[in-house]
Design a binder for this molecule. Structure first.
Ligand SMILES: Nc1nc2c(ncn2[C@@H]2O[C@H](COP(=O)(O)OP(=O)(O)OP(=O)(O)O)[C@@H](O)[C@H]2O)c(=O)[nH]1
Ligand SMILES: [Mg+2]
Length: 265
């Protein structure tokens, strides 16, 4: 089983971004702090043609700082600079722009900063742009595929190119696909719910930062699922709405209800 959700606009975005490189100083490559390695599209870097890029680890509020320090060190070992932010925080995004400015080549400094933001769906690209623009120019929502077209947005900090979230054509690693499904980077109707919930429950049951065991003391994962289903009315003597149970679990994980539990080690 692998995830095959690669709408036409994703291929188009990839190509159009590459054709616009001449007018871009620095590429901001956004990943999700809860799965910074799995949400890094391995096929993207070669399309940058040596343009400077910065990995932007967004949603840092959802994991511990010590985890992200280790992540950043691992990226650094691969020669990839990274910063951690909360896209809705003015101070974080201003610091990010400062870093991008330092990466801009001198020759180009006259015209002001021009950066693009790329990344898998739902990582917070448009949220960052709205914060820089000081207003909601770009639609934002906690579901993938919100931004539909590439668009330059003028901000006091420079011109920022918003792009639709992109996946890669063949996500070979099943776990990578499942993690992106858990994080909301894959369209709801394409999520293999059973496998995604298995992975999530396993993670929540074993990770030291997880509150799952404290919330449901003495219960094994299956018994916990059963308890939530009954308590929430998803399961009765006559019916079992599995989908409602799965969607509730994903929603609770995404909101941080179970603690600061990353999906990548
Ligand atoms: N907790 C947390 N949530 C964030 C942060 N930044 C953005 N979000 C949320 O993430 C969701 C996706 O944000 P968007 O800005 O629409 O993401 P996007 O990358 O533009 O998504 P697409 O256009 O679909 O590719 C929204 O619910 C945001 O509120 C952050 O720093 N922390
Ligand atoms: Mg967007």
């Amino acid at each position: 089983m692998s995830i095959a959700w690669y709408p036409g606009h994703m291929a188009k975005t990839r190509n159009r971004h590459q054709s616009m490189l001449k007018s871009i100083d620095v590429i901001l490559w956004m990943v999700d702090a809860r799965a910074p390695f799995s949400t890094l599209d391995p096929t993207l870097k070669k399309t940058f043609n040596n343009k400077p890029f910065l990995i932007v680890i967004n949603k840092k509020d959802l994991v511990k700082a010590s985890y992200l320090d280790a992540v950043k060190a691992r990226f650094a070992e691969q020669g990839m600079p990274a910063v951690m932010i909360r896209a809705y925080k003015a101070q974080d995004v201003k610091a990010l722009i400062k870093t991008a400015e330092r990466m801009q080549s001198n020759r180009r400094k006259i015209g002001g900063l021009r950066v693009s933001i790329l990344g898998v769906p739902n990582t917070g690209k448009s949220t960052l742009i709205n914060q820089l623009a000081g207003k909601s120019t770009q639609p934002v929502a906690n579901t993938p595929g919100i931004t539909k077209a590439l668009r330059w947005v003028e901000t006091p900090y420079g011109s920022i190119l918003d792009t639709p979230g992109i996946l890669w054509p063949k996500i070979e690693d099943v776990e990578v696909g499942l993690k992106m499904a858990i994080l909301g980077s894959i369209k709801d109707t394409m999520i293999p719910y059973g496998a995604a919930i298995d992975l999530l429950m396993d993670r929540l049951y074993t990770h030291p930062e997880s509150k799952l065991k404290a919330l449901y003391p003495g219960l094994e994962p299956l018994a916990i699922l059963e308890k939530i289903a009954v308590d929430e009315g998803f399961k009765t003597a006559h019916s079992f709405d599995e989908m409602a149970l799965y969607q509730r679990l994903l929603k609770d994980y995404r909101s941080g209800h179970f603690g600061k539990v990353p999906l990548d080690d």
